[in-house]
Design a protein around this ligand. Sequence first.
Ligand code: LMR
Length: 327
Amino acid sequence: MKLISAVASALLLVASGAAFAQPIVVKFSHVVAEATPKGQGALKFKEVAEKLLPGKVQVQVFPSSQLFGDAKEMEALLLGDVQLIAPSLSKFARYTKKLQVYDLPFLFDDIAAVDRFQKSPQGVALLDSMKSKGIKGLGYWHNGMKQLSSNKDKLQRPEDVKGLKYRIQSSDVLEAQFRAVGANPQKMAFAEVYQALQTGVVDGQENTWSNIFSQKFFEVQKTIAVTNHGLVEYMVITNGPWWDKLPADVRDGLSKAMDEATAHANTLAEELNVRDMKRIADAGKAKIQPLTKDDVAAWRKAMAPVWKKFEGDIGADLIQAAAKSNK
Ligand code: LMR
């Protein structure tokens, strides 16, 4: 009798599909190391999503360009080969020109100002700016302010980078920024930067302290100037049609996990950058060059023409809204 009822309930389970229901696999691919704000945010997302949706989702995180690098991750997302990526905001120009606002040099005084803009109606609206391309923005993640480095002993004034080759992310604004100071920019995927610096294919690069540390750029650069001239910030994106077709409870759980992961990454970002700046200083390999107010003013002035050049594409109103978030 017991056996019969056990068989009956097993049959019921099978009939309801529960016994064979496979979790939905969510692949999250990114290009940075795990010990960075984005790396930690992705791991937090996995932890919370799998806790909120036990047996319903399985999140697989692929750091350090292991699955897809810069060049391929957007296409992979649109093809459904990966479900979540978080590219730097400098890498979206193929899909919207509006996000170029984040690349304008010296637009934001600090990450607190960036945060205010991202939470403003204009900043929130940008999450939907690629909807017609099938891309849905789920949130912004901070990294931090960019610093400029080179393989020369002197890096303090704009004239110090004249004629030098600089690796840039794939952004026309960043290209114009380096041309404005007389340097030669080269677009290059993140995974290739260390080797390009080491072999002299490029002389310098710009990035946050956490990226400069975790990618070991400080080992192959002589000077890092504390310029704070721009940002590395991210938008976590998903494939819009895939997201819309998810069962409502799964979508809801993933949204909650994303909110928690966002809060986690954004709280950690500054701490990790401060920690990594100190680690670079302690390593004693690259000199950290502080800048005077006068130095910063010179960089700001040299790079200022970039704003006008992109005002048409970005929109003067959006630039103004962003500038207003400085206190
Ligand atoms: C870069 O390509 O320099 C970085 O923005 C990579 C990243 O995702 O932080």
